[in-house]
Design a protein around this ligand. Structure first.
Ligand SMILES: Cc1cc2nc3c(=O)[nH]c(=O)nc-3n(C[C@H](O)[C@H](O)[C@H](O)COP(=O)(O)OP(=O)(O)OC[C@H]3O[C@@H](n4cnc5c(N)ncnc54)[C@H](O)[C@@H]3O)c2cc1C
Length: 333
């Protein structure tokens, strides 16, 4: 059932039609729980609040798989606006970008030019830029672009997905680069990626531990308490400085655990997605954890004080449709 649900939501996340329609109508179906808003300026209070709680942030202006030049240029302008605002408002946060949002699928040189313009501004303000890792078809090119950009811009790093067989080899080649380590969010072929949770988790722990014994800064991005507990123990046993790494989690996920890690003195960074292109991101989060759907159905039908909402019909029907579709797929399998 979990795999069927995962495939279903990943399928929805890739639908061009649904992504475009969702953009027109603004965040729906409880996505506000995981997407902080549609405009950066409206998200500033959230960042300030987190900063006051000793939490840094990484900002993701949502958008990916852009095939239109103007759209990619607009995305670049939005990110540059964000950098100016971060500096002006003195926010403790850095920025996550996606190369397909900045034109990688249009023309590589165009994408690189866009990223360079972002990096120029970011370097002036001493803001770190992280390239999020997308589907495997973009993986090698992303690493090559990173290598090229690092010749002139030290303020850039990327993400390694431990479901990939190549992850360990590539992490070794990036030993002096700031990296975020994740399990991986996309559906990949068994010719390139592990599919069992055990193998992915084992690889995650192996890679993170190796990184922690090295010099470069590592962001450990997971909501998995078993992994976090094992890392905490490893750090204590090896006397590793808490300045060399941070934990990262997504906005709206395991908020109590986020606070607890801060309380325990670990550096913590919340990944904050915002913008109109929320649909693909939101569907991937449901793919990872279909149990989130229960929370969303409850959100759709009930108010915070547990009273039934006056007009739950449309949202409730949409949530119910999703559940029915899941049921249908289960019968087919
Ligand atoms: C900050 C951040 C940045 C990311 N960037 C990228 C990226 O650039 N590219 C990419 O491919 N992927 C990225 N991801 C997604 C990542 O690859 C995983 O798909 C995602 O984090 C799910 O894996 P997990 O390790 O969090 O836990 P999972 O493997 O999904 O869950 C493991 C266990 O943890 C517990 N658990 C997990 N979530 C919850 C919850 N919400 N509530 C209660 N228990 C829970 C459950 O017991 C579960 O069985 C990012 C993730 C984070 C946190």
């Amino acid at each position: 059932m979990v795999n069927i649900a995962r495939d279903f939501f990943i399928g929805l996340s890739n639908s061009d039609l649904l992504n475009k329609s969702a953009k027109k109508f603004g965040t729906r179906f409880g996505a506000e729980r995981f997407v902080a808003g549609t405009a950066f300026d409206a998200v500033i209070p959230t960042i300030k609040e987190l900063n006051q709680k000793q939490t840094t942030c990484t900002m993701d202006h949502l958008g990916e798989f852009v095939t239109d030049r103007e759209e990619a240029e607009q995305a670049k302008e939005n990110i540059i606006h964000m950098l100016h605002q971060i500096e002006k408002e003195n926010l403790d946060c850095h920025v996550s970008i996606k190369l397909t949002q900045l034109g990688l699928d249009i023309e590589e040189s165009f994408c690189i030019q866009n990223v360079k313009q972002i990096l120029e501004v970011a370097r002036e303000y001493n803001i770190f830029i992280n390239i999020d890792m997308e589907k495997f078809i973009h993986y090698r090119r992303t690493l090559e672009i990173l290598k090229l950009l690092r010749e002139n811009y030290p303020n850039i790093g990327t993400v390694i997905q431990t479901y990939l067989y190549d992850a360990e080899k590539d992490v070794n080649a990036l030993e002096d680069v700031r990296l975020r380590i994740v399990k991986g969010a996309y559906k990949e072929d068994s010719s390139v990626a592990y599919s069992s949770k055990e193998e992915i988790d084992r690889n995650f722990l192996k890679i993170v531990k190796k990184r922690l014994l090295g010099k470069a800064f590592t962001s450990i991005a997971t909501h998995d308490h078993r992994i976090i507990d094992e890392i905490k123990k490893f750090v204590a046993d090896h006397n590793i400085s808490k300045n060399n790494f941070e934990f990262q989690m997504l906005y709206g996920f395991r908020v109590d655990m986020q606070r607890q890690l801060v309380k325990e003195g670990y550096q913590f960074c919340t990944y904050i997605p915002f913008g109109e292109d929320w649909f693909g991101y939101f569907m991937r989060r449901l793919a990872e954890r279909p149990q989130n759907l229960n929370l969303l159905v409850k959100d759709a039908l009930y108010t915070e004080d547990n009273k039934i909402k006056k007009q739950p019909f449309i949202i409730g029907t949409a949530a119910l449709t999703l559940l029915l579709c899941l049921g249908k797929r289960k019968k087919k399998a």
